[in-house]
Design a protein around this ligand. Structure first.
Ligand SMILES: Cc1cc2nc3c(=O)[nH]c(=O)nc-3n(C[C@H](O)[C@H](O)[C@H](O)COP(=O)(O)OP(=O)(O)OC[C@H]3O[C@@H](n4cnc5c(N)ncnc54)[C@H](O)[C@@H]3O)c2cc1C
Length: 496
């Protein structure tokens, strides 16, 4: 394939991985990234010795990462210096009760039984179901693409409608395992990672709490950005050319063919194929000619967004665990406010990450680095949300929740603060509606129904990343990169 060439728009995880696979097949690959460094949503801010992962903070689904590094000819554990995070999360409820989610089943038994007698047996049965969902889901939905409708609606796939519980509501399904609403919340909040409320997500997603407890949650030394560095290293070794500060203005279309791209500086580049890693709905709307496909995407469901706070502190908060999650009693109301009203809940569920607990180099000695994330609605069509007001209220809520752990002086120890609202997510990474996880993963946007890795009309235009198949998440973006590269390689081979 020496004479073939591909232009990749965006150096997010999917883009880097796809580019590397293509280059390893002898294809000439150029990646054009609008920002001045790679990673996309998996970004890093460094200031005065404080280092912040601005997007992902949890390495989940380690088996998937391992397989994807292997597919790139590398060993994950040689490329990343990993430590297991256990307990994974410290959950804090409104009544002050805490639950440390851990793979230590003795500890889980003791903790769960104190919440609800008999609930440990419930957990074991839930894990059993999660195990089934994880392995079937990865094999049948994630680790393959659906190039034609018969790949999905095949006779052999019919049992999946029962085995994966796609038509059963996740939160409703929890009644089979627990009565205590706090426990139901403890094992469904991960649906937010799919951009979904547990009150609408399919029960299939019990695979997430399962993999977190069974396979572990990890942290790479240097933070999640070290994954980007490891992947970039593999890309450069394979011969990928990365060009930064290179924003694409449009994809150059001729009839049903993508000729190449036009940059905002007017430069034109041509190639045999174009692979878009920039968020798929944005590509349809801003980089391609206006058509019915672009309009139909606008009606799809988008995931929520988040307001993130990045704080450099002049004091260490040793008592704060690496990952603390405050779960609100009005759990259902939380999701309604975010998803239906596109707003900020009155008593939001929120997440606080203290990376220096895992890697002291993330903060100067005697100081601390904190990230706090509050889920909120994505940008509304009419622009009626007041993000400055939401941001200030979210900050107040974080301080209020931290005070329940005895941390009352945080505000006075902030040396500097950076905040991201949905407007920042849209501006920095061109995420449509500022939606942090792209198109959400409800039933009608999964599998064959998710926008495919190849454009239906422009046959040499491909997609990779969170809003295309198989979906959001770092390891999933790696799978997406591999699948889209394979599709290009297959098409090049069959057109020769
Ligand atoms: C707050 C937050 C928390 C998360 N937490 C986790 C977590 O803990 N664990 C996990 O596994 N996942 C997590 N995720 C999800 C994960 O980060 C994403 O699913 C993954 O990084 C998406 O990668 P991608 O391939 O879609 O590329 P993207 O990250 O979308 O990158 C696309 C790239 O394209 C570039 N681009 C856009 N437009 C243009 C243009 N016109 N010209 C040139 N370049 C362009 C962008 O700048 C960007 O670099 C989180 C995401 C967010 C935002």
């Amino acid at each position: 394939m020496k004479s073939k060439s591909v232009l990749v728009i965006g150096a997010g995880i999917g883009g880097i991985v796809a580019a590397t696979h293509l280059a390893q097949h002898g294809i000439k690959v150029t990646v054009l990234e609008k920002n001045s460094r790679a990673g996309g949503r998996c970004d890093r801010i460094s200031r005065d010795g404080h280092h912040f992962d601005t997007g992902p903070t949890l390495l989940v689904m380690p088996l998937l990462y391992e397989a994807e590094f292997r597919a790139l000819g590398a060993c994950m554990r040689e490329k990343l210096d990993l430590q297991r995070v256990d307990p994974t999360y410290h959950l804090v409820f409104d009544d002050g009760r805490q639950l440390a989610l851990t793979s230590d089943m003795m500890s889980m038994q003791e903790q769960l039984e104190s919440f609800e007698p008999g609930s440990f047996q419930g957990l074991l049965r839930y894990m059993d179901e999660g195990h089934r969902h994880y392995h079937l889901g990865i094999e049948k939905l994630v680790n393959r693409d659906f190039r034609k409708v018969s790949d999905f609606f095949a006779f052999k796939n019919i049992p999946l409608a029962y085995q994966l519980k796609p038509f059963v509501n996740h939160y409703g399904n929890m009644a089979n395992y627990f009565d205590d609403p706090r426990l139901k919340a403890a094992f469904t909040f991960q649906d937010v990672y799919m951009g979904l409320s547990p009150f609408e997500a399919p029960a299939t997603f019990s695979m997430m709490p399962y993999t977190e407890l069974a396979h572990g949650v990890y942290y790479p030394r240097g933070g999640m950005y070290s994954i980007v560095e490891a992947l970039m290293d593999l890309g450069r070794t394979a011969g990928v050319e990365f060009i930064f500060d290179a924003e694409i203005q449009r994809i150059d279309i001729n009839s049903n063919h993508a000729r190449g791209v036009v940059l905002t500086n007017g430069q034109r580049l041509e190639a045999d194929a174009v692979l878009a890693n920039a968020d798929l709905p944005y590509v349809y709307k801003d980089l391609l000619p206006d058509d019915d496909l672009a309009k139909s995407l606008n009606h799809k469901r988008f995931s929520c967004s988040v307001i993130s706070f990045f704080w450099g502190l002049d004091k260490t908060y040793e008592t704060l665990a690496p990952h603390t999650l405050f779960l609100a009693d009005d759990y259902r109301e939380n999701f309604q406010r975010i998803i239906r009203d596109l707003g900020l809940p009155d008593n939001p569920c929120l997440y606080v990450h203290a990376p220096a607990r895992l890697d002291p180099a993330m903060a100067p000695s005697g100081q601390d680095t904190l990230i706090a994330i509050v889920p909120v609605g994505h940008l509304s069509e009419n622009g009626g949300q007041d993000w400055a007001e939401f941001r200030d209220e979210a900050r107040r809520q974080i301080f209020r929740r931290l005070s329940t752990l005895g941390i009352t002086d945080l505000e006075s120890h902030i040396k500097f603060e950076t905040t991201f609202t949905p407007l920042s997510w849209r501006k920095r990474y061109n995420l449509m509606k500022g939606s942090t996880h792209g198109l959400c993963h409800n039933l009608t946007q999964l599998g064959y129904f998710r926008p495919s890795n190849r454009h239906p009309r422009y046959h040499n235009l491909y997609f990779t990343g969170a809003s295309t198949h198989p979906g959001t998440g770092m390891p999933t973006a790696m799978v997406s990169g591999r699948l889209s590269a394979q599709r290009i390689i297959d098409d090049f081979a069959s057109n020769n």
